[in-house]
Write a protein that binds this ligand. Sequence first.
Ligand SMILES: *Cc1c(COP(=O)(O)O)cnc(C)c1O
Length: 384
Amino acid sequence: MNIPLLDLKAQYSQIREEVQAAINEVMESQHFILGPKVQELEEAIASYSQTKYALGVSSGTDALLLALMALEVGKDDIVITTPYSFFATAGCVARLGAIPKFVDIDEKTFNIDPEQLKTMLNSLTPDEHKRLKAVIPVHLFGQMADMEKILPICQEHNVPIIEDAAQAIGSECLLNGQVKRAGSIGAIGCFSFFPSKNLGGIGDGGMVVTNDPVLYEKMKIMRVHGSSPKYYHKFIGGNFRLDAIQAAVLLVKLQYLDTWTAQRQQHAKAYRTLLENNASVQLPPCIHDETNAPKHHHIYNQFCIRTEKRDELKNHLQENGIATEIYYPLPLHMQECFRYLGHRKGDFPKTEKAAATSLALPVFPELTKAQMEETVKVIHQFTS
Ligand SMILES: *Cc1c(COP(=O)(O)O)cnc(C)c1O
């Protein structure tokens, strides 16, 4: 049985007519960049993420870049983040000439460890503290970082939070007893509509969300090269615009997002039961007790197990036609382009362990019970 990691064709076949009608509407309008469709999507995403404002941008990477630019991150500034993420999280910081400072993950959650974040913040010299411009927690694989602990720590140090919610649209956590959605807690939240994300476009796209009217206005201007009015440039921005055709397709898909999320959650639950008794496999961490967790506390952009013989298991699954993926094989502090930061192996042991043992299994909404059972059967075969 051939089982892909993600089956976008299966998804498309369910919504083909609606998507094609939406694309046709844009074609007939010949209005391709920003405009009413993008605005409609912005309003829908702001509402979905429980924020006041949203701005459609060219990608998740550009969402992060725009957020950092709006917070005036520049040369020699410091931004704290996790070394266990997609490259863009730290790449955007470095592109602006700032220094990414890493804090190891909590192995229970895969997300930045609040205790170590606190230690890092308290250990900054007064000069470093002056250059500290932001903290970027990443809600990795669809589960939010421990914002209940991170928020007060950052408030105490008066440093704004940018939430990298590229993998976590709609995911929820509890904050002071209230259910909060990814992107709504920090100064700015960033989403990606890369096709493999839970809400994926038909190309690149992203969104920034905020509750701050000043940051909103600034990012809106920066999105169009900092020009306001047109051809008069207040800031140095960039071309961070979203296309109308992406917005039109995303508006169609947004209607299905909760259903797809519920399907991913059902698959995760089924995997947990099927893999429960396999001592060689560690199930994905969950910070919340499922019984009193918010409904969307984990949206399973990825379902990552951990196992010692990870590479061998991946090969065994591949030989049996089952696709898996490693997120991410090389932690950010070990990347060649960051050699100048002076890190070495062993600096962030929890991250390095996760990178060496984690394996993402297929968890896409259209996955069938038979496909899941087959996947687990092949895993059991290998580990027994
Ligand atoms: C996908 C992703 C990004 C970048 O988004 P793009 O739309 O691909 O530019 C940033 N951070 C994380 C954690 C991601 O998963």
